[in-house]
Ligand binder design. Structure first.
Ligand code: FRU
Length: 326
């Protein structure tokens, strides 16, 4: 890249409220701290597809050099991304997909595979027999569609396992809670709840607890975040029988953006690996992940401290110049 050239990366995030997306953003910021010439413009669409389309347009108008996007819904956002790409602005799609080829790189977990892993776990865990409730993510988003297909493909191997209800939890704990309240009859007949993410599993669990159903129902989720609030803790506590790691790809997205803006060729599809977290491995993996998390937080604190020191230095230098000049 030309010496001293500064770049602006626009990041359009479908929602910034949950812990998984906050982890994604701090993964990106940590990666960016090694590239001081790059600025990040961040927009949070708060789960609104229309808002996200408007934000993509406004980011483009602000003159970004590259767009990173995690689309709220696949189909309705595709056109807006097509328009950006056609203007010659490189696009990196993260976690949720668009419907067209208008991107330089896609980075994300293999959601079909995660659905399959969950289906295989559930089938074996229930010993091939039982009633399952599936709590799905937002219907228009690709991970919900792919996790659902993966689950179905594996459950087909277990003819005596029935999915007795499919609830639309839309990725949110509160929505899942409301759907569970409205479907208590189905929950009363269920052996296991499989939610497309851990926070929805937790929402349904809370309803089951209120109605005295937690001793008869088991819970499985996805994401398996570290930290005191994360899915790994829920597996440790036995609230979840299993969860599946869903890496954010935040760091990979920034590294890819830097490559693209340096004019280098990048891999078009990057699949991030998952792993099943259950009682047999959660202790070891959680210890490792928690340690990594706290080291990352240390790095963030240190780089903040360096920024502060830089500020102090600049102020003092200015004061000195003014004093010397007068
Ligand atoms: C966070 C989230 C995750 C889920 C992912 C799917 O907003 O709902 O829990 O794995 O999005 O895109």
């Amino acid at each position: 890249k030309p010496q001293g050239k500064k770049f602006t990366i626009g990041f359009s995030q479908c929602t910034g409220a949950d812990q998984w997306r906050q982890t994604m953003l701090s993964d990106m910021k940590r990666a960016l701290s090694f590239h001081p010439d790059y600025t990040l413009l961040y927009e949070d669409a708060g789960n609104s597809t229309n808002k996200q389309i408007a934000q993509i347009q406004s980011l483009t108008n602000r003159g970004i050099d590259l767009l990173i996007i995690s689309p709220n819904e696949t189909a309705p956002i595709t056109k807006a991304v097509d328009a950006v790409f056609k203007q010659g602005i490189p696009v990196i799609v993260l976690d949720r997909r668009i419907d067209s080829e208008s991107y330089n790189a896609y980075i994300g977990g293999d959601n079909f595979e995660i659905g399959r892993l969950a289906g295989a776990f559930i089938g074996n865990h229930l010993k091939g027999k039982g009633a399952v409730i599936e709590v799905k993510g937002l219907a228009g988003s690709s991970p919900a569609q792919e996790r659902h297909r993966g689950l179905q493909q594996q459950l087909a191997r277990f003819p005596e396992i029935r999915v007795v209800a499919e609830l639309d939890g839309e990725w949110e704990r509160d929505t899942a809670r409301h759907r569970a309240e409205a479907n208590l009859a189905a929950l009363q007949r269920a052996d296991l709840v499989f939610a497309h993410n851990d926070v929805m599993a937790l929402g349904v669990y809370e309803v089951c607890k209120q109605h005295g159903l937690t001793s008869q129902i088991e819970f499985v989720g996805i994401d398996a975040l570290p930290g005191p609030q994360g899915g790994m803790q829920l597996v440790t506590d036995g609230l979840l029988k299993a969860s599946f790691l869903y890496p954010t790809g935040g760091e990979e997205a920034i590294e890819t953006a830097v490559q693209v803006l340096a004019g280098k060729a990048v891999q078009r599809e990057t699949t991030l690996n998952s792993i099943q977290i259950d009682a047999s491995n959660v202790r070891a993996i959680k210890a490792q992940s928690d340690k990594l998390l706290s080291q990352q937080q240390d790095i963030e604190k240190q780089s903040q401290r360096i920024d502060e020191l830089k500020q102090t230095y600049l102020t003092q230098r200015n004061t000195l110049y003014v004093t010397l000049a007068s």
